[in-house]
Design a protein around this ligand. Structure first.
Ligand code: GDG
Length: 473
């Protein structure tokens, strides 16, 4: 029977250690895990990836493997050095900043590149050991750009799809990478390469043309021996699941509890992983400007800001955490009263019911990344608004802005515009809110995660047929 093997750096379950040293299993946060969470358990499908924790004994590895394989997952274990060089190093200090236009943060270290190659090879071994000839292999994201090429060498006939969850940058950014040709060739091992938007597709095609001299025809890149299909697939969410949680007794109860505690405040909501790409500090400055410009809002509006800890071993993330702590302290220090705190800041992760209660509660969702492949938080907010009250303020530099045109679209570096738009959102008449929300819901409901998977898989099957036709031409 044919299966789909999903391959990504992180598994949807993460392993951690309790303070007593016990192994614990919990769901991973992040767009990929939440997005594909409902897919991988179907049939005989398997998800291959790292469980997010260094394990120092074969017994622990054995235990984790047993537990995960029983739930459709195949772990790939990383050594401490690999975590440092492959994950924190090349993935998060070279590729992540470069692809998000933070070139000034990018490190170019030959030893982290070597670790990146070695870990991609490790994943290749794990997938090759599992894959049957009928299986479809679907590789995800920037940590595994070399994997499709390695798999193609090992399994020339395999059906391989690749999807990039972050932006593909413009040629001028991409060409700074010393290993740019190898990275492109790695991706081109796939039969189908998917991105969230046509903008990213265009950047990728331009890079293959200018760096590898490859021509393209009908959306296919000709590599000399094969033709690779490249297309845009804007990722959706499990709409029904989010709507269902929002309708649950628990989400309603929590919303009621928070509403009581906030005593009639209007609520602006912000939810992100801690990341410099998400524009969290700029957002705080825009909120501060709103308070400066509109004293009438004092005591009446609260920014609820959830920041989920992420990559805290990387220097820039530690610096950002300090900057946020300081900004929140300064703004609250300046404006707070005995009964009002302008910003309620939480630095931890929450269960989905609590997130859902916050989505329900919010009058405005403020989503202002500097760069974001897609941004699922914006879509989850929309799906949770069962009463269609609420306004989405969204950065033009999130992939989601292409689809969600009924949001109030802003330029995240224009603090003044963000502050004014936030004011407009807070003042928007109920009827306009409902109209816009209906438009947003129609899009998010229709182009949901199931439609996304189906479309990607259909195109992958089509590209394979096309490939067969080309090789017999
Ligand atoms: C990458 C790309 C792209 C957040 N806090 C909690 C929590 N979350 C969940 C949200 C959402 C996910 O994490 C975040 O997804 P995003 O899409 O916003 O951002 P990234 O993690 O950066 O994801 C991004 C995505 O991949 C998919 O392709 O959209 O552009 O950067 O689902 O709900 N979940 C829980 N507790 C929290 O406290 N349980």
């Amino acid at each position: 029977m044919s299966r789909t093997l999903i391959v990504s750096n992180r598994l949807p379950t993460k392993v951690s250690r309790s303070s007593e040293g016990e192994l614990q299993f919990s769901p991973s946060e992040g767009g990929l895990a939440t997005g594909l969470g409902s897919i991988y358990r179907r049939g005989e499908n398997v998800w291959v990836g790292w469980p997010g924790q260094y394990l120092d004994s074969p017994e622990d590895e054995q235990r984790v493997t047993e537990q995960l394989t029983a739930d459709h997952m195949q772990p790939v274990f990383l050594t401490e050095q690999e975590i440092k060089d492959f994950y924190e190093g090349f993935s998060n200090e070279t590729l992540w900043p470069t692809f998000h236009y933070f070139a000034q943060f990018a490190q170019f270290e030959p030893h982290t590149w070597e670790a990146y190659e070695a870990v991609n090879r490790k994943f290749c071994d794990a997938v090759a050991a599992l894959a049957g000839p009928e299986d479809t292999i679907w590789v995800h994201d920037y940590q595994l750009l070399l994997l499709p090429g390695m798999l193609r060498e090992r399994l020339p006939e395999a059906t391989i799809g690749f999807f990039l969850h972050i932006p593909f940058p413009s040629y001028e950014l991409f060409r700074a990478l010393p290993w740019r040709e190898q990275l492109l060739r790695g991706m081109l091992g796939a039969d189908l390469i998917g991105f969230h938007t046509y903008g990213y597709v265009r950047h990728f095609l331009s890079a293959t043309e200018r760096l590898l001299n490859l021509s393209r025809r009908d959306g296919l890149v000709e590599t000399g021996t094969r033709a690779v299909l490249v297309d845009a697939f804007p990722m959706g969410i499990d709409y029904d699941k989010y709507a269902e949680v929002a309708a649950s007794e628990e989400a309603r109860r929590l919303e009621h509890e928070y509403r009581e505690a906030l005593q009639g405040q209007r609520v602006v909501l912000s939810i992100d992983r801690l990341d410099y790409t998400k524009g969290i500090a700029q957002r705080l400055r825009a909120f501060e400007l709103l308070l400066t410009r509109h004293p009438e809002l004092h005591n009446h509006v609260t920014l609820l800001m959830l920041v989920v800890p992420s990559r805290d071993q990387v220097a820039q993330y530690q610096a950002l955490k300090e900057e946020i702590d300081e900004l929140v302290g300064r703004i609250n220090g300046q404006y707070r009263t005995i009964s009002w705190s302008p910003i309620q800041y939480f630095y931890r992760s929450y269960p989905v019911e609590e997130l859902s209660a916050l989505y329900r509660l919010a009058d405005v969702a403020l989503v202002t990344p500097m760069r974001d492949g897609m941004n699922l938080v914006a879509k989850e907010f929309v799906a949770s608004k069962l009463d269609q009250h609420g306004v989405l303020v969204l950065s033009e530099r999130a992939g989601a802005a292409r689809e969600l045109s009924d949001a109030l679209i802003i330029n995240p570096t224009d603090t003044s515009q963000v502050a004014d738009t936030l004011f407009e959102a807070l003042m928007m008449p109920e009827e306009e809110q409902q109209q816009r929300m209906q438009g947003l819901q129609a899009i998010v409901q229709r182009y949901n995660i199931h439609a996304w998977v189906e479309l990607f898989m259909d195109r992958l099957a089509y590209s394979k047929i096309k490939q067969g036709a080309l090789s017999t031409d």
